[in-house]
Design a protein around this ligand. Sequence first.
Ligand SMILES: NC(=O)c1ccc[n+]([C@@H]2O[C@H](COP(=O)([O-])OP(=O)(O)OC[C@H]3O[C@@H](n4cnc5c(N)ncnc54)[C@H](OP(=O)(O)O)[C@@H]3O)[C@@H](O)[C@H]2O)c1
Length: 258
Amino acid sequence: MDLELNGKAAIVTGGSRGIGLACARALAAEGCSLLLAARGKDGLHKTAADLEAAGARVATLAVDVTAPGAGAAIVEAAMTAFGRLDALIANAGGVVGARSFTEADDAAWLGTFQLNVGHSVALLRAAVPHLAASGQGSAIFIASISGRNPMSSGAPYAAAKAGLIHAARSLAWELGPKHIRVNALSPGSILFEGGGWARRKAEMPDVMASFESTEFPWGRLGTPEEIASVAAFLASPRSAWINAADIPVDGGQRRPSL
Ligand SMILES: NC(=O)c1ccc[n+]([C@@H]2O[C@H](COP(=O)([O-])OP(=O)(O)OC[C@H]3O[C@@H](n4cnc5c(N)ncnc54)[C@H](OP(=O)(O)O)[C@@H]3O)[C@@H](O)[C@H]2O)c1
């Protein structure tokens, strides 16, 4: 299937590692130009060089997505580089500070909400005029299955992802008249070198073996590529009738975390 992304332009936050990197690769393979945003310049430059060597058009912006004005700066960088914007993948996310309720202070709760919900909303706000001009604008918020299933430890993260899912579903209605689609994509546990699950596998192989065999129908964690192919489809006009949705991409995972 031709995803009709050739010649279009997209933003991926957190596009230098893990799921975001896989999303960038998937979109680039379809001929989509990319603005990649993350904090670390080295990761961005390496990713851009790899993608450009494969023929992609890539621009980067080293920025903390939680900083004031970051969303507008990212959109401006994309428009300066490509003159158009058709899709965004708000992927940067995670836990700020302590995970558990007993240890997470106000700063941890606020920081986790700002990283996951705040940055996604600010990015979309700045992108709206350009996504509307595209006529086929698509915004994808990378959430988590933790946003719909409780975690035994990690309430700030789970609550932030729940908020992100609900924001996506509500914003799809508000932006519907502009023909901008907004969807949440909720990964299950995803394994990649340098990621949290790879670290847990190295630190406690027996616990992880049990987790994988009991909580996943296929007995393994997912891969970033298995998330990225769904993200690319959601960015594409070929998914035009998927809107205001929260799509779990988790291989049937039963429990969101250990
Ligand atoms: N991995 C999983 O199992 C899993 C499961 C469910 C949902 N998710 C969600 O999927 C998304 C990606 O997860 P991942 O595991 O691939 O993440 P990751 O390994 O932590 O990578 C995150 C990416 O975001 C960038 N980033 C992090 N904080 C940033 C900030 N404040 N400003 C700008 N860029 C920032 C990182 O680059 P720099 O460090 O250079 O900034 C990196 O490129 C997250 O929203 C996560 O919550 C992941």
